[in-house]
Design a protein around this ligand. Structure first.
Ligand code: UDP
Ligand code: MG
Length: 464
């Protein structure tokens, strides 16, 4: 349907263009060159507007998509010229036929370029969410304050060096917020021990005895940050849950702001770091490249947001419905929908201990983000396969033609052997990528539990 609309626009474009040239030459008495240029310009404008509004119904930025559209037309035009020239010089066709031949690449490039480049959609639901958020922000001032029952989830893996300080600071924060009337007095912090090999769990148990705000959850073995986090999120009570790392890199002051946003009706509040000053150049660079890549692959993700966020009980309940084993919370949460807002904070250096995210784990998480949420790599295989087949088909025809009609046919070694390697390589690549998804399907179908809780410091206040 889109293609038909595009072709119709092409016809309209041609008619309008020719009509304008005719008008310009005979009524406005313009020169041949200038009236041609004028006609072409009007034609391009008309086809741009029609294609944007009607063919592709696109919400892309008008100026940028117009520039992209011009670029597409330019490329298509060059391809057209080349085809016509090639046809004329090699096949000795009549000019009408070679012109007709040139229309094929012109249309193909024009259509694909318009569809995937010039009029590509902006970030899907983002504009809608932004609007909703603005509307809610207006309500913000007029609401009366209410006490919130908050749970904080802190995943801990070998964190004995920072834990006492973290507990200290979180306890003070809770006391402060309770005194201020923002939290109920049964708000507390859940420390999820992710199978640590040091004294982390012992510390949690000891602190839980003396400190009323400390609760402990111990996983039976190390399952990784994302799973530890999920274990906490799905187990704790509380009408709002905030997740934060144990290492005090995320500014705890943002918690009060998150609560304020929650109080006026936001179900998800993302903590977003305002700068990456404390990160190395390498981490910065790879992070930016990664966000770009995800955007290209169509994965929705909040820029510069890690796992520091507030979620309401409704969001947690929705999250429970997601049964996947390959967990990438940063990708799942935006998919849940709900009204969201953002709180900015400065990210500090790790308070003590060393990072539990070495390069290898970082790469694994990045890969998870792509393969768990995007089918683009899979679709790319199909496209690549199509393209390669078309090219080899064309080359085959060309080879036959050289053989039949010219004297230049060399009994070539390269033309026989190179394609074999070329295709072999591509096939291997494709197989590898398909295997990647297959392995995902394999793990998902097993439906294993994603975490097993060994014990907790108290039973009565958790939904076990
Ligand atoms: N973590 C975890 N399990 C793991 C690795 C990390 O629970 O297997 C926790 C860790 O204790 C910390 C959080 O995940 O609270 C983030 O880890 P880290 O600060 O080391 O990562 P970075 O900030 O360096 O990316
Ligand atoms: Mg950290």
């Amino acid at each position: 349907m889109t293609l038909i609309r595009y072709l119709l626009v092409g016809v309209v474009n041609t008619l309008v263009g020719l009509g304008t040239i005719y008008l310009a030459m005979y009524f406005l008495k313009m020169g041949v060159v200038s009236s041609n240029a004028f006609g072409y310009g009007v034609g391009v404008m008309v086809s741009f507007v029609l294609n944007k509004k009607w063919t592709f119904n696109s919400d892309a930025h008008a100026v940028y998509s117009f520039l992209r559209y011009l670029l597409v037309l330019l490329v298509a035009y060059v391809a057209n010229l080349q085809t016509v020239l090639f046809a004329n010089s090699h096949f000795d066709l009549n000019p009408y036929l070679s012109q007709a031949l040139g229309i094929a690449p012109y249309t193909a490039i024009g259509f694909l370029g318009s569809r995937y480049f010039a009029f590509r959609e902006r970030n899907g639901i983002q504009p809608i969410l932004d609007q909703a958020n603005e509307a809610r922000a207006v309500k913000k001032a007029s609401l009366i304050q209410r006490m919130i029952e908050l749970s904080i989830v802190v995943p801990c893996y070998n964190e004995e060096a920072v834990l006492p300080e973290t507990v200290q600071r979180l306890t003070e924060l809770l006391q402060f917020l309770i005194a201020k009337g923002k939290l109920t007095s049964d708000s507390c912090v859940y420390y999820v021990d992710d199978g640590s090999r040091d004294r982390t769990w012992d510390l949690i148990e000891e602190l839980a005895k003396t400190n009323g705000f400390v609760r402990g959850i111990k996983l039976s073995r190390n399952r990784g940050h994302q799973n530890a986090l999920l274990a906490g999120l799905l187990t704790v009570k509380g009408e709002a849950v905030i997740s934060v790392d144990a290492d005090l890199q995320d500014d705890l002051a943002a918690i009060e702001e998150m609560l304020d946003d929650y109080a006026v009706g936001y179900d998800i509040v993302y903590g977003v770091r305002s700068s990456r000053k404390t990160d190395t150049f390498f981490k910065n660079f790879t992070a930016i490249a990664y966000y770009r890549l995800l955007a290209v692959m169509g994965v929705e993700i909040i820029y510069n947001h890690a796992d520091y966020r507030l979620m309401s009980r409704r969001v947690i309940d929705a999250l429970k419905e997601f049964g996947e084993v390959n967990l990438f919370l940063r990708g799942i949460i935006p998919q849940l929908g709900f009204a969201h807002s953002i709180v900015y904070y400065e990210r500090a250096e790790r308070f003590a201990g060393e990072s539990k995210y070495p390069l290898k784990k970082m790469l694994a998480l990045a890969w998870q983000g792509i393969t768990s949420f995007s089918n683009v790599p899979l679709q790319a295989i199909t496209h690549l396969g199509l393209l390669v087949s078309m090219i080899s088909f064309a080359v085959t025809i060309w080879a036959i033609w050289v053989k039949l009609f010219t004297e230049n046919a060399l009994p070539g070694w390269a033309s026989t052997v190179l394609p074999i390697y070329f295709l072999g390589g591509i096939q291997l690549l494709c197989l590898g990528m398909m295997g990647e998804y297959l392995s995902k399907i394999y793990t998902e179908t097993k439906r294993r539990p994603r975490f097993i809780i060994e014990k907790t410091t108290s039973q009565d206040d958790m939904s076990l």
